[in-house]
Design a protein around this ligand. Structure first.
Ligand code: HSE
Length: 412
């Protein structure tokens, strides 16, 4: 059986490397005599690469070659990845991708195209890198009604937060360090502003709850605004701040979904997930909580997830895996302001005792926090739980108070 790889970046080159290095065992597991990479599509040239003869710049070479039955898409981005993948599926080729943007934006269309053409569209590597999460959710946990998912889904931001918490580096210094170590891109927007985690939670929500969720429907906040003062108040409360991507089955056939910094208690299973590691907590009715943990990024962990999908496609050649979710619905994702939460609030006021007394009155009691080295006029407290809309209205009603930060408190 022949394979084509589109995109020879970090993940694509890792896939080619793993397929060559482990050829015999992979072919055996795939129930094939051979599993060869026939083409590598990339616009750049790699003259010194041992696979130089396999390179092409023409997608048509892959599309028109009937001997290529499995195509790996590791180009990233939405276009032309979407057009290429759709064309491959319609031509009767199975496709494996690590491209979360593609799955989050076009997953239901591509899964339908795969089903209609009796091939497969698999994307284990799109969430959690090397952590098996797509297959367990779609297969092993199928007997459970899944109610909730909460994940540390972005390694770069988790590394930055770990440095802020453990080594007291401020955000800019921690980001610079992450860039020097090659974790964060030169333009770190997708990671630090939460878009990468948002795409991943959309994929998990679609799998768990059966309906497509577009990233644009999910309220998303990143970690740029977090300070060491927030980290210190979180510690005083007995917790740590994590960038959490969350989705939850709600009332009236709706779901709640959000990406934001969140305060988790020190004894939470998510609190000890540090550096570039990812963790995904899945809460099911019969199952309780299950946590998947591991390296969420990196060449070989991600390539290994892609290759596992290639093996699955090859083994199941001629059979569609029946992985499908419905198209997006309007009003399916609830307004995040209607979700219940509590807030960790950091603020300043000229008269702190009066401001705290006001907060006590407005919220019906608050948990006041202190930290060493706080400048005069700064104070912090944790509110009781209420809808986010009600909490924000109450914050707005505090007199003579300037709100510096608001962090949601979660109960995982
Ligand atoms: N930039 C991503 C991360 C890579 O830091 O987690 C894996 O999707």
């Amino acid at each position: 059986m022949n394979v084509a790889v589109m995109g020879y970046g970090v993940v694509g080159s890792g896939v080619v490397e793993v397929l060559a290095k482990e050829h015999d065992s992979i072919a055996k597991r795939s129930l094939q005599e051979t599993l060869e990479v026939k083409y590598i599509l990339d616009l750049r040239s790699f003259p010194a690469d041992p696979n130089a003869a396999k390179f092409t710049t023409s997608f048509d070479d892959i599309l028109r070659d009937a001997s290529v039955q499995i195509v790996v898409e590791t180009m990233g981005g939405l276009h032309p990845a979407y057009e290429y993948v759709l064309a491959c599926l319609q031509a009767g080729k199975s496709v494996v991708t690590s491209n979360k943007e593609l799955v989050a934006e076009k997953g239901n269309v591509l899964l339908r195209a795969a089903a209609e053409n009796n091939v497969n569209f698999l994307f284990e590597a799109s969430v959690g890198g090397g952590i098996p999460i797509i297959r367990p959710i779609s297969q092993c946990l199928a007997a459970n009604e899944l109610d909730e998912i909460a994940g540390i889904l972005n390694g770069t931001t988790n590394y930055i937060l770990t440095q802020m918490i453990a080594n007291h580096l401020d955000f800019d210094t921690a980001l610079k360090q992450a860039q020097e170590l090659g974790y964060a891109e030169k333009d770190p927007t997708a990671d630090v502003d939460g878009h990468d985690a948002c795409r991943k939670i959309c994929i998990l929500a679609a799998l768990c709850f059966g309906t497509h969720v577009y990233p644009g429907e999910v309220h998303t906040e990143g970690i740029r605004a977090l300070t060491l003062a927030d980290v210190a108040y979180a510690k005083a409360w007995g917790g740590v701040i994590k960038l959490l991507a969350r989705a939850k089955r709600g009332d009236n056939s709706q779901i709640e979904a959000i990406v934001s910094p969140a305060l988790v208690q020190n004894d939470s299973q998510l609190a000890g997930v540090n550096d570039v590691f990812n963790a995904i907590l899945v809460r099911g009715d019969a199952l309780g909580d299950v946590v998947f943990y591991g390296r969420g990024a990196g060449k070989l962990p991600t390539a290994s997830a892609v290759v596992a999908d290639v093996v699955d496609c090859a083994r199941n050649w001629g059979k569609n895996r029946m992985l499908l979710w419905e198209g997006a619905r309007t009003d399916y994702v609830r307004d995040y302001l209607d979700s219940e939460t509590a807030f960790l609030v950091r603020a300043t006021a000229e008269d702190v005792p009066a401001a705290l007394a006001d907060a006590e009155r407005v919220f019906g009691g608050v948990h006041t926090l202190t930290r060493d080295g706080a400048p005069a006029g700064e104070f912090a407290f944790v509110t009781p739980a209420d809808t986010e809309r009600a909490l924000r209205a109450k914050l707005g009603a505090l007199l003579g108070v300037k709100i510096l930060s608001v962090i949601r408190v979660v109960g995982y």
